[in-house]
Design a protein around this ligand. Sequence first.
Ligand code: B16
Ligand code: MG
Length: 255
Amino acid sequence: METIEITAVIFDLDGVIADTSEYHYLSWQRLADEEGLPFDRQVNERLRGKSRRASLDIILGGHTVDDEQAAAWLERKNDYFMQIFRDHATECLLPGVVPLIQELRLAGIKVGVGSASRNARWILQQLGIAELLDAIIDGLDVEHSKPAPDVFLHVADQMGVAAAHCVVLEDAAAGIEAALAAGMWVIGLGPGQRVGHAHARFDSLEGVTPAAIIAALAGASRRTPTPNPQPPTPQPPTPQPPTPHAGTLAGRWAS
Ligand code: B16
Ligand code: MG
């Protein structure tokens, strides 16, 4: 018998907690139109889970711009994004997210967020769920963005949980690669052609319970997480609030 023991769940933000991809698309499209850069929804799909600068490089498709120009474009694109988000914040909280976080917390499972977005803390505050989380690591905290494992390793580190006891919920191919490289369990959210390399897959988090997560991992794969190949970049220690009780979600299946 093999056992899956999960003591922490790490949520990606964009596409998992908040449906912001359309807002990112509209913001990039506006910048691209203004600057005469070729851009469409197909290119936008390749930006999912990628950092702000990596996204611009994909849009430029091999063309280069100097750092000053790139920084100005990225700031303008982010201003467009923040304007749209402010007007539509409450509409983009995805169904099932808050009930799942609440159930996990009741079970004593730690809950964190690992996002490539440099806006992650601001978005979580705007959505009113930042205080439900034990740790938030975002694009400002790590040098190497997804698909590097750093963002998820730092979340686990802040929560004091071993990578093998974490499950990541991700909508992007790059994020799934990051979670696998971190040696964590990962559930993909979305179509199989995008997230089929995860251990298991849901269409969305609507109606998903902690028990369903364990059942999906146990039922969908007998692969065990690979050992973490790279240690995270050293970070200053973060004071940890005491945890009243620690919980474990456990599942077993015959090997
Ligand atoms: P920002 P995630 C990612 O967030 C998005 O998936 C990606 O599409 C976006 O380009 C990236 O954040 C950067 O966002 O411009 O806000 O820094 O999915 O890792 O939560
Ligand atoms: Mg995402």
